[in-house]
Ligand binder design. Structure first.
Ligand code: ATP
Ligand code: MG
Length: 553
């Protein structure tokens, strides 16, 4: 996929919403929600869901809630919840309401009592093992246990006492009474509530029982008046249960659940469980390590919110699980930064050049455009002196074929300055080049040299004015397209995923660079001031992406 203008990819959910609107359903309203569990940081897969939910609401003049699915107090934290809020806002969206599933604990309890009173739910006192046993298998129907026909009174009494904390974890569960022989195992009397004597971040010790995801989700959607409940394909088999609960409860609102394919991205993993492992075992420097596929990691790497939204639009919304190539994501950020990022000069691996034909104290201020295609981006002064740094690999003593840069006795153009010729190569005892002595053609500033062609153009930084910088290069975190398939995730980690260069030199204007400011370092790639470590006193830039697609081979 490549593009020159914004792409509108296929999105079957828009078609559904549009025909619902045309048919006058839901009083012409579109209400969606993004329902993360606050048990980790969000990743680019969540961004797909965020863009879909918030984007759909925005497109049709509707509303979208951010709802924390906080029904599992063991794994959840406020730190995660705050980070999620920040990620959604950074992506450019604002929720209509900030909700929590725990806001509905009272209503969920009342609705559960209603199911019990109608004979549609019962307290099962079997052990977890027995429940599993009785649920049957794909080929064998489930069998009723001894508690399935408890009276309504007994069920209400037990459920009340579960709530009051009379029992220990695992002693009882509340189950829906549906159909033990259903082909869909989710319909074989699924669990609605379990005892969990754990303090909840928001409700404290008020509850000893917590509702299960499948029960909580549909009721929360109904309470919030969601019209389209968008979720990933693994919930397709849960839809009959979603509909059963709402039909039996007769809620005034019955949202339509629609499933779409989750995002799978090559050379990374999109599962909180696996990402937590990387963080906890210190294979990365934290959730916001620039190699992580988390939103905070990608932000720190230099991905812009606009580029992530563009990516989510380009990949589209379908019902088919498919792997997306990393090149698609990189094209989005490259397109954005090519358009918007100012150009700068930076030398990653410097070697000194002395232009002996210039006087010792030669100093000249050149004017460089900030963007070749955008005059509005202005210009900046770049000092040029007798001693400059160039990139070590822009010189070759024994050049490979078609090499167009500096060679002994050969000429090259210094970007925006003169054509120079290499007259002498100075090396240390180990044979490493330490200095190149060159002459310059004074008649080539902004002009072609007379009577000969000089093809190569290289970048440079004045030795006197250049500023030291640390530059961090990032490569894919894994060596395999599907690292989840490796015997061990850890073995699939790319040992060259992070390369830190500490002796780089950048042009003086970069001393004003702010954290999170984006640049193109000419001929090298797109870089961003590190969000945490970069300051005016100590410059640190992260490579967001190379200039050209390095995946194509
Ligand atoms: P993980 O497996 O990474 O923990 P999850 O689905 O358990 O993900 P939730 O916090 O429950 O994480 O997800 C919130 C929403 O984001 C859900 O609606 C979920 O379907 C969606 N989502 C999660 N991962 C992806 C993905 N890879 N692609 C698209 N949507 C996703
Ligand atoms: Mg989950």
């Amino acid at each position: 996929m490549s593009r020159s203008e914004p792409v509108e990819a296929s999105n079957f959910i828009r078609n559904i919403v549009e025909s619902d609107l045309a048919a006058g359903k839901n009083d012409g309203q579109v209400v969606t929600r993004f329902p993360p569990e606050p048990n980790g940081y969000l990743h680019i897969g969540h961004a797909k869901s965020i863009c879909l939910n918030f984007g759909t609401a925005e497109r049709y003049g509707g509303r979208c809630n951010l709802r924390f699915d906080d029904t599992n107090p063991v794994r959840e934290s406020e730190e995660y919840a705050h980070a999620i809020e920040e990620d959604v806002r950074w992506l450019g969206y604002e929720w209509d309401r900030l909700c929590h599933a725990s806001d509905y604990f009272d209503e969920l309890y009342e609705y559960a009592c209603q199911l019990i009173r109608e004979g549609k739910a019962y307290v099962d006192s079997s052990s977890a093992e027995e429940v599993r046993e009785m649920r049957g298998t794909l080929t064998k129907p489930g069998t009723p246990g001894p508690y399935r026909n408890r009276s309504v009174e007994e069920n209400l009494d037990l459920f009340q006492r579960m709530k009051d904390g009379e029992f220990d974890d695992g002693e009882h569960i509340l189950r829906a009474r549906i159909d033990l022989s259903a082909g869909n195992i989710n319909m074989r009397d699924p669990t609605l509530y379990r005892i969990r004597k754990v303090r909840h971040v928001r409700t404290g010790d008020a509850w000893s029982i917590y509702p299960m995801y499948d029960y909580t989700h549909c009721v929360s959607d109904a309470i919030e008046g969601i019209t389209h409940s968008l979720c990933t394909l693994e919930f397709e088999d849960h839809r009959p249960l979603y509909d059963w609960v709402l039909d039996e409860l007769g809620t005034p609102c019955h949202p339509q659940q629609i499933e779409f394919a989750r995002l799978s991205l090559e050379y990374t993993v999109l599962s909180k469980r696996r990402l937590i492992q990387l963080v906890e075992e210190n294979h990365v420097h934290g959730w916001d390590d620039p190699r992580m596929p988390t939103i905070v990691g990608m932000r720190r790497r230099g991905y812009t919110a606009a580029s992530l939204r563009d990516f989510c639009e380009r990949i589209g919304i379908t019902k088919n699980d498919a792997w997306i190539e990393m090149a698609v994501l990189e094209t989005c950020i490259r397109d954005h930064l090519n358009r918007d990022a100012p150009r700068r000069l930076a030398v990653l691996d410097p070697v000194r050049v002395i232009i002996t034909s210039l006087p010792e104290n030669h100093e000249q201020t050149l004017t460089f455009a900030n963007h070749p295609q955008d005059e509005g981006a202005g210009s900046r002064p770049v000092p040029f002196t007798r001693e400059i740094f160039i990139e070590r690999d822009d010189f070759a003593e024994i050049p490979p074929p078609k090499y167009q840069r500096l060679v002994p006795g050969g000429e090259v153009r210094l970007r925006g300055a003169y054509v120079i010729r290499c007259e002498e190569v100075i090396k240390d005892d180990a044979g490493i080049v330490t200095e190149l002595r060159c002459s310059h053609d004074a008649d080539t500033l902004g002009k072609k040299p007379e009577g000969r062609k000089v093809k190569g153009v290289i970048h440079w930084v004045s030795v006197k004015h250049g500023i030291p910088a640390e530059i961090r290069l990032y490569n894919p975190l894994f060596t395999l397209p599907d690292p989840g398939k490796a015997d061990s995730l850890v073995e699939a980690i790319n040992p060259e995923s992070e390369i830190i260069l500490t002796s780089c030199v950048v042009e003086p204007s970069l001393s004003a660079a702010a954290p999170e400011e984006h640049f193109q370092f000419e001929r090298i790639g797109y870089f961003v001031g590190d969000r945490h470590d970069h300051s005016k006193e100590s410059l640190v830039f992260n490579r967001t992406v190379t200039l050209r697609d390095t995946w194509a081979s």
